[in-house]
Structures are given as structure tokens and as C-alpha cells.
Design a protein around this ligand. Sequence first.
Ligand code: GLN
Length: 535
Amino acid sequence: MKTKYVFVLGGVTSSLGKGIISASLAKLLQARGLRVTIQKFDPYINVDPGTLNPLEHGECYVTEDGGETDLDLGHYERFLNVSTSRANNVTTGKIYQTVIQKEREGAFLGKTVQVVPHITDEIKRRMMLLAKTGNYDVVISEIGGTVGDIESQPFVEAIRQLQWELDDEDCAILHLTLLPFLNAAKELKTKPTQHSVRMLQQNGLQPDIIVCRTEHHVTPDIRKKIALFCNVKPNAVIESIDAKSIYEVPIMMMEEKLDEIVINKLQLKAAKKPELTEWKKFLDKLQNPKTNVNIALVGKYVELQDAYKSILEAFIHAGATNECKVCVHYVHSEHITSDNVAEKLSNMHAVLVAPGFGERGTEGKIIAANYARVHKVPFLGICMGMQMAVIEYARNVLEYKEATTTEINPSSKYPVIDLMEDQKRLTIKGGTMRLGVYECLLKKDSLVYKIYGKEQLHERHRHRYELNNVYVEELERKGLYAVGTNTETGLVEIVEMKDHPFFIGVQFHPELKSTVENPHPLFVAFMKAALEYKQ
Ligand code: GLN
């Protein structure tokens, strides 16, 4: 079977949820027995989001193969339960980097290198790259930003060319737009959508499907109006009303028959009826919790929820598994002091100290780890969070009062966290951390072994610093054990305390591998420990 293409573009405003709509459509097609993947095209000039502050576009999602990518790839994986890769995220920076590299090699044989055709050719090559593997029946390409942005133009032009090159039944265009509700008029307005579609048409694209984000139901009259003005069939105007949970969206899209319309347009004859039993079971548990827990999320990027997206979603998966609602309390690590920590954390049933970079907010994370250790509150430290827990232990149990990480003080006398050997010579920041999947071997007498139920793990990483092995023996003698290591490099991947119901620090990012169908065992156990603590 030929690979089919769906392009998802957005209009009117950003943040309409193109990622969720793309993932929901992909889920429905997958539930019909099709092999689907999604890729994201980001029009910004950074080569990847690895160098971006999380407060800009949210967290940086790391793929198995070590790609630093847009957080939408996290949604794709969580919905589809299939891994993505570097190839699933392309930025303008990447496109230009490739084209300029080729130009330097003399590959263009004296020609003037231009946006059309050279940049658009490279965009098209990337759009079709995953299809070439033969692994997919449908490739969904989401274009970041909104139609009309200066920087989106080459992507829109590339889609126009592809649509012209492909057979009609091999390509569908979905436009996601906003229907604002004017309170004074008590009316949903269609004009911004009309303008946005007109802009697409001016660029040579005619959408096949229009998905309308709305806070109120779209009446048949409004559907007809949008259909008429935007030149689509009325059944191809889809309502996407605000949902309580993103995990409801695939079911809502199925009720709106989004998958049917796509299947008809692409003539996907192999598609079966959608099989969503497991998904619905998950939703049922999510919507009917028997109890609730308070979890503190301690970090310095708490102003933007997207900065900890994968952690929040892993909480939701683990909460549903335990049939409990997870109430997340954001605690800004910069605002924690020894004097106010009890006030901030005493109502919490568990504490998670988040990943991070740089000195700001680290003292607060150390105080939070101390509180959880001393008061025996379930604790999970992720990456920087684990490093802070080790520093806390070194300062207060080993009594090295000046213990720290060389990320904060490069000439520290007690560098319990230190730069990895192969990081020391690096001068370039982009793409040079320890990235992607590494193996970890667990000690069999550990809590984490019980949790995972196996000895060997593969988890994803994104860091430059490590637990300094010089201190491991002493830490263990005093009760903090290195229970997971990478056997090849000797790097400590997990620490845990024995004399505590649940005190675990992981150098990797378990949150990146939690999906609806496979909630992460560490998060599930963490939530269970929170429930037990509550009782
Ligand atoms: N800044 C720390 C390091 O580079 C932790 C990174 C993280 O939390 N992702 O090792």
C-alpha cells in the first residue's frame, strides 16, 4: 500500500491544540489497524529546541535516539504508544543547515540557492522521509505556528507543491481554526476562520477538513456557513469543543467522524472499525477516581505548565492506574526556605523535585529533598532533582556542608555531582549532552527492582553532570544506595534510601516513556506510595 499524507495547519491563533488533534486522528487511524506516525515541522530557526529555555515553548522532549524535540512528540508517543525519533521533528534551522552545508560542498553546481526550489525541496524531502521507510500507511505532518506567519510560508509552499505532485487520494489537508464566542452578541463568529482559509487559498492550498476549536457547540447553520464560505463539504466541518482532558479528544473526534472523512478522502480501504477498548478503560478510570492525592511539583519553571508537560501527563497515567485523582501543587523552588518549607509541603502526600539547569532555585530543591527525607514523605527526584537529593544527603548526613555540583561551583571542595569526563572538553552547547536511551542495571535487593520487576532498563537521558563515583562508597555506608548503574560507563543512574518508604532519585527521565497504554512503573509506584502515605 502507498503511504498517504495528512497535513495539519493552524489558523487564527496558536495554542489551539494542533498536536492533540494530530495525535487524536493518528490514534483513531491506528485503532483501525493502520500504521501511523506523526511529524512536527517547527518554523523557528533554532536547529532544535535543546537550546531553548523551557519557558519559551515548554519542555524539550527527548526521543529514544537522543533527539531534542518539540513537546508535541510527547503527545504523539503518549497517544500512540509508539516511539518517535529525531526524524519526527524538523525545524527551519535544520532545513537551512542541510541546504547551506550542501552549498558549501558545491552540490548546487554554481546555481543560485533559493527558498524555492532549494529550501522547499529540502522540506519536501523531510516530509516524505518517514514514508520512505515503508513502515507507515499514513504520515501526519503538523506545521507549527499559524498560516500567515512569515516563517511558515516555505512550509505552506512545500505542501502546495507536494499536493500537486501527489495523486488526489494520497493527500489530505486539515485546517484547525478558532471560532471565537462573542458574549455581547451571544454568537460564535466564523469570520476569522473565513479569513484564515482565504489566506491558505491564496497560497494555493484548499483544506479538505476544517476542525473548529470552540467553547460552544457549532450549530448546523454555522457548519453550513463555514462549509459554504470555505469551500468544503458540511460534514467536513468538525467541532472540537473544549474538553476536560486531552485524552477525551480521540473519542470526541470519532463522534464527529473525523477518521471516516480522512479514510474516505485517502481511500484507505484496509481500515477496519476502530478498536478503542483499552483507551476507553483508561478514560473510565480517569473520569471516575475513587480518591485523590496531593503531589508537590518542585521546580523553577512552574509559571508555564508546558515546561513540565511529560511529568504532568505521567502523573495522569499513574493516577488513573491507581484510580485516584492527582492534585498537582506547583511549588516554586526559588521561594522555598528552611523557614517556610513545612508550610509549603506539610499537606503533600508526595514530593517530586523536577529537572533543571543552572543555579537558580537549587537551594529550594535541596530544602525540599531534605524535608521529604526527614519526614519520610514519598520522594522522587528526576535528573537535577536526583542531583539535589544527593547534595542534600552529602551536606546533612555525610556532613560535607559545602557539598554541591560543579554546575554551580566549578572549584567546589566537595563536588558530589561533577561534570562527566567526556563533557569536559566540549565547547558547543547544542546537541552535546548525554542524550537518549542508555542501559541501566539494577541491584536485585532494591526497591526499584521490585517496582520494575526486571534487572535491565532502558531509559532516556538529558544531562551533563553525574553523581561523582568518589562519594558512592561513603553515601552507601551512610544509607543512600546506588542501586542502578550503567555498566559500560559506571555512571550511577538511580539512588535510593533503604530507611524510607519511598525515596528515589533517577538521573534519567522516566516521564518521557509513560504512555496511556504503558503508564511508567516508577510513577505508578510513586502514586501508590503517596496513597499509602495519605492513609
Ligand atoms: N543540569 C543537570 C545536568 O546537566 C541536570 C539536567 C536535567 O535535569 N535535565 O546534569
